[in-house]
Design a protein around this ligand. Structure first.
Ligand code: TRP
Length: 329
């Protein structure tokens, strides 16, 4: 039996290169090795914004972007969280075993509570329970997540262990984190900062057009150039080389590496090359995004088929859970 993998994607805006070379590439690789379920966590987004603009449309956009990046519905199930109502019943059962004190201690809860003091709602508090239900309903063994999800994952394992303990069963496996940060490349920002991120405002988006990409790359922070042969590169310059490493050929990388080492490198040339190669990487994805976005019936059909597979898996788990608790009589 193939190991089960589940991961949720919060709809927080458009995908950028950092997402692509981080989480998304990991998902795409995993779908060949594991039985994967990827879903768009639209319910979770209600914990912070009770009035999302158009929640269905933003889910569609993410769906289109993930499909464009290579998530293949014939290999992995991709679905929208709110299409699988089975999750809610499990969420309720699991909540009976979660305690106020431990939920209040979760760092992400404390942070959100500080950021939205007028909306410290129960959904926010029980965010980890919903996430545990997302995972446990498929009895997943592996969950690809970033470091920021460590505590939520600890809570998911706690849910599994507690349920097993209370009902004297070994029904739920304890889901393990599958970190993508080690295998995936950390894409730097173009502003000299360490990381490309939406909140940092230093992103190249997969839907950016050529001109926008060029402009962003040409504005990237540099220094006054290599001074002594074969010297180590300062971080801002190494960041630029990271783009060469992920988007360009080995030959191109070597060419600019030599130029750096013999102090003949001109940043203008380097940036032009980087822009060109990023554009080459992004163009086919951008075209696919547009193709999917132009075909709402296709997106809706794929979402429906994904949801059917997810519901089947969740229903089987729920059936057992009801029996274990005693609701089958
Ligand atoms: N909490 C995750 C995040 O912020 C999203 C998420 C919801 C998730 N449910 C999940 C991730 C289940 C993995 C498994 O990114």
């Amino acid at each position: 039996m193939m190991e089960k993998v589940v991961s949720g994607i919060r709809p927080t805006g458009f995908l950028h290169l950092g997402n692509y070379f981080g989480a998304v590439k990991t998902f795409v690789e995993m779908q060949h090795k594991y039985d994967c379920m990827f879903f768009i966590a639209d319910w979770h987004s209600l914990t912070t914004s009770p009035n999302p603009d158009d929640i269905r449309q933003s889910a569609r956009i993410i769906l289109a972007e993930y499909l464009a990046c290579g998530i293949d519905p014939s290999l992995a199930s991709i679905y929208i969280q709110s299409d699988v109502k089975e999750t809610l019943e499990l969420y309720l059962y699991l909540n009976m075993n979660m305690y106020l004190g431990e939920l209040e201690r979760v760092t992400t809860f404390k942070e959100k509570a500080r950021k939205q003091p007028n909306n410290v709602n129960a959904g926010l508090l029980t965010y980890p329970t919903l996430m545990a239900a997302d995972i446990l309903q498929h009895r997943a063994q592996k969950v690809p997540v970033g470091k920021d999800q460590e505590q939520n994952m600890e809570m998911a394992r706690k849910c599994a262990r507690r349920f097993n303990h209370i009902y004297n069963t070994d029904f739920f496996p304890e889901p393990q984190n599958y970190y993508f940060s080690h295998e995936a490349v950390k894409v730097p920002g173009l502003d000299g900062s360490g990381k490309m991120g939406k909140s940092e405002g230093n992103c190249i988006y997969l839907h950016d057009d050529d001109k926008t990409i060029s402009k962003k790359v040409m504005r990237a922070v540099t220094d006054n150039g290599p001074q002594t042969p074969n010297s180590p590169r300062p971080e801002v310059i190494e960041n630029l080389f990271t783009f060469l490493r992920i988007c360009s050929s080995d030959e191109t990388y070597r060419y600019f590496d030599e130029k750096w080492n013999d102090c003949t490198l001109r940043y203008g040339d380097l940036k032009k090359q980087i822009a060109e190669d990023i554009i080459k990487t992004v163009t086919p994805i951008r075209e696919q995004i547009a193709r999917y976005m132009a075909d709402t019936p296709l997106l809706d059909r794929l979402a429906r088929e994904g949801a059917e597979k997810a519901r089947e898996s969740a229903a089987a788990t729920l059936h057992e859970v009801r029996r274990i608790i005693g609701f089958d009589r």
